[in-house]
Write a protein that binds this ligand. Structure first.
Ligand SMILES: [Fe+2]
Length: 233
């Protein structure tokens, strides 16, 4: 688990830097220290996903919701030994602990959202190549079948949650998690995720979650990020 989480952190840091530079954005600051939890720097400008996801949605989603989880997390751990732990450790130690529900929810939501922003890029979408494309074909039969199953899974999540493409042994698997739940507590390594909380799409797509999941795959998903994760970076 420790190796997985360190790998995830490094991968995110690398992708944030490379994606930000590619988009012409200033190089983001170094990853945050273990204390003072903050959302990871956005990998691209807040208007860079227009018109698929509007700047207004990103401003609320990143600036209010994502930051709000980090603020609540800081309030929970302030002045305690937990304040010095990596966020993945907070997730692991609080998962399935009835007395640590708030800690888990806010820590996991910070991590999940960091991963969500990294799962997209301006001009993304299309089809993956190389080993990732081969594994998708082996696991789902075809890329079109993968898309169908990913969208169906996003639609079948009742209420708030997430849709994930993860590595499960030698195969890839699509899964959904409710509320703040995250596959890293199951020892699974995510490659991409889609936020299906209504705050992710309501301003732009109202109740049309299927449209949002479809354009995520067609125009935003960052297959370079997923391939780097698959390669262990
Ligand atoms: Fe969200």
């Amino acid at each position: 688990m420790t190796k997985l989480n360190v790998s995830a952190t490094v991968s995110l840091a690398i992708l944030f830097v490379t994606a930000g530079l590619a988009a012409g954005a200033p190089a983001p600051a170094a990853p945050e220290a273990a204390t003072g939890y903050k959302p990871a720097p956005m990998p691209y400008p807040e208007n860079a996903l227009e018109p698929v996801i509007t700047e207004k949605t990103v401003q609320f989603h990143y600036g209010k919701h994502h930051k709000g989880y980090a603020d609540k997390l800081n309030d929970l751990v302030k002045g305690t030994p937990l304040a010095d732990k990596k966020i993945e450790e907070l997730i692991t130690l609080s998962a399935n602990q009835p007395d640590k529900v708030a800690l888990f929810n806010n820590a996991a939501q910070v991590w999940n959202h960091d991963f969500f922003w990294a799962s997209m890029k301006p001009g993304g979408g299309g089809t993956p190549t190389g080993k990732l494309a081969d594994m998708i074909k082996e696991s789902f039969g075809s890329f079109e079948e993968f898309k169908k199953q990913f969208i169906d899974t996003a639609m079948s999540q009742f209420g708030s949650g997430w849709t994930w493409l993860v590595i499960d042994g030698k195969n890839l698997k699509i899964l959904k998690t409710g509320n703040a739940d995250t596959p890293i507590t199951q020892g699974l390594k995510p490659l991409i995720c889609l936020d299906v909380w209504e705050h992710a799409y309501y301003l732009d797509y109202q109740n049309r979650r299927k449209d949002f999941a479809t354009v995520f795959l067609d125009k935003l998903v960052n297959w370079d990020f997923a391939a780097a994760r698959l390669a262990g970076k």
